[in-house]
Structure formats: structure tokens, C-alpha cells
Write a protein that binds this ligand. Sequence first.
Ligand SMILES: Nc1ncnc2c1ncn2[C@@H]1O[C@H](COP(=O)(O)OP(=O)(O)O)[C@@H](O)[C@H]1O
Ligand SMILES: [Mg+2]
Length: 367
Amino acid sequence: MTTEPSVAPVPGTSSTPLPGTSSTPLPGTSSTPLPGTSSTPFPGTSGAPLLEARSLTVRFGKVTALDGLDLIAPPGEVLAILGPNGAGKTTFVRTVATLLRPASGELRVRGSDVVRDPVSVRRDIGLGGQFAAVEPMMTGRENLEMTARLFGHPRSAARRAVSSVIEQLGLEEVADRRCGTYSGGQRRRLDLGASLVGAPRLLLLDEPTTGIDPTGRREVWDAVRNLAAGGTDVALTTHYLDEADELADHVVVIDHGHAIAAGTLGDLKASVGRDVIEVTVADPSRLDAVGQILQRVTSNPPRLDRGGRHASAPASGGASELATAIRCLDDAAIGVDEIGVRRPTLDEVFLTLTGDQAGAPVPASHH
Ligand SMILES: Nc1ncnc2c1ncn2[C@@H]1O[C@H](COP(=O)(O)OP(=O)(O)O)[C@@H](O)[C@H]1O
Ligand SMILES: [Mg+2]
């Protein structure tokens, strides 16, 4: 696991200037127009895309983590950036958060350029990482109030901001308990809370549910949906298709540092839209032979599941390819327990898009 930047940028621990540490009004607390809106080429921030990347390239020495990434995400929607491990998701989030500087290309956040106008970008965003700096001996409320004070809220304003965050996240029942006693989902919601005390317009979440149990995932999903319903834009990364399915209006699939598909998840499923032929063999030692037959019949690479004795392959030809496969298996004298055509699972959709079996550990639900 990489160590993500902690949830709330803490003044004094980072070399970058931070929101709210100077005399500037905190985001969301002022009724004056946002700084930076006039310098954007868009008619106003509200009309600007949430995120807009053009040929965005970010390097770590010789490693090109983002390689000419293009994406545009509409405002007012939850964006999911979906991709296998190493695709460049964290790099993208950190670049949006102005923690990394692009080697080339452009990136605008709500109309503000991350290189030319990083202060406006930071004022707009909250960053949630996987591991927040939370003090386990303090209660959730105390932790959030400490974060709010670090953001520059005076004590009474900090209390108010924290109460509202606790309510937004449904943490009332546990807020006054020590965090050391929290479940994974409660702890993760507290992480979200720490990134919300600055009232960001855009909340960035890097793999918000990785490593927590199914109950915790549901809690975090509910919290994210609440925030979005309350008007906070959310951009999250995930390598779980079901998470994108649950939360996102708009999905961008990235692989090897560039976007390979974008749209609603429905669009993506439709674009892949092929059925799958699946064979269960009686004798697992024949699985490779079955794979070769499926490859020949469908012209697609098969997936072999040795434990389950299954082989499958996407089939655009449906029933006629199924008939051919049955004939070939029969000719090869391969005993078959079951054979049929079914709809692709979400992870197969993802595999088809990324075309990379090794790089796609997607334990998405299969139904
Ligand atoms: N600090 C770093 N130094 C060198 N290479 C890095 C660093 N951070 C990420 N990378 C590389 O950049 C690529 C994208 O990584 P990352 O953005 O973490 O992907 P993801 O979050 O999708 O798993 C990977 O090849 C990774 O090894
Ligand atoms: Mg990552």
C-alpha cells in the first residue's frame, strides 16, 4: 500500500501553501465571488467542467505515471476514475490537489489551472486519503475540531463546522467516543469528515473503501451519496467496478496513464456489450484445450479459472459461436459439464476495456 497524503492538509507540515491559513475567507463561508473565476476562459465557475485534463503528463523520473491523459467531467456529478493498480489514479488525484506538478499538458479544476492558479484550486478542494492522521485516544469530534482549528477556524466556528460535518456523515452516535474504538466504516467516515471541515466544493477521494469490510463500504457509500446530494462535487478513484456503479454518474477508465473509455457505466457496458461463452469441463486437465477452442471460435482471448474448472471468452457471434464451440469440443472428445452463453460480469467489462488480465484485480460483485 502506498502511503497517501493525510486527509486534511495540515498547515506547517507541508511545503505547499494551504487553504484558509491566511486572511482569505474560508471556502463556502463567504458570499463574495470566488477568486480565479475571472481568469478562466469559461463564462463562470459554475459552468466550468469539474475537471478537465488535456494531454496531461506526469512523470516520476523515468516513470511516466500519466501519459497524455485527456478527460472532461461535468460539474454537479459524481465522477469515478476507474483503473487497475498502477494505472495512475493516485497520481491524477495528487495532481488535481496540486501536490504534483505536470511535466506537460493542462489540468483545470472547476476552471482554475493547477499550475497557473494553484491557490484557487486548493481553496476549492478537500482531499481524502486512505489513512488520515487521526489520534485514536481522542474522540471523533475532538479530532475534527483539531483539524478545523488547523484550517484556521476560530474555536466557535470550528465547533459549528464540525457539528455539521458529523451530521452530514451520520456520525452522531459515535462522535463522542474515542476513535480507537471505531469500526472500519466509521473510521473511514471520520477521514471523510476531516476533508470536509474546510467546506470544499470538490471532494477528492482516493480509493475510499479499499481495505474495509462490506458493511463499512456501504456506510462510506451512503456518506458519499449524502454529500453529493447536498451539493458537494465528488471525484473518487476506485478499482472496484461495483463502487463506480453504486456512486458515479460519470466514469472515466484509465490504464497505463491515459483514458481508455468515458461515459456513464451504462454507456461503458453497452460499448462492450458482448455475451460470454462459458464452459465447465469435467476434467480440469483439459482446460487449456478448451481455452484454445474458445480462442479459435470466438477470436477472443479466453479466461481460465482452474479452481472452478471454467473457461470463458467474449463472443460477439452468440448462438452460432456457441454451436461451433459445442461441435469442436465434441470433436476433441472433451467432456463438458455445462456450456452456455451469458451476459458479461462487471469485471469482464473492465477486462475487455483494459485488455489486461494481469493488471485488473477487480473483486467486484458478480451479480
Ligand atoms: N513516487 C513515485 N515514484 C516513482 N514512481 C511512482 C511514484 N508514484 C507512483 N509511481 C508509478 O506511477 C505509476 C502510477 O501509479 P499510481 O498513480 O500510484 O497508480 P494507481 O493509484 O492507479 O495504482 C505506477 O507505475 C507507479 O509505480
Ligand atoms: Mg492509488
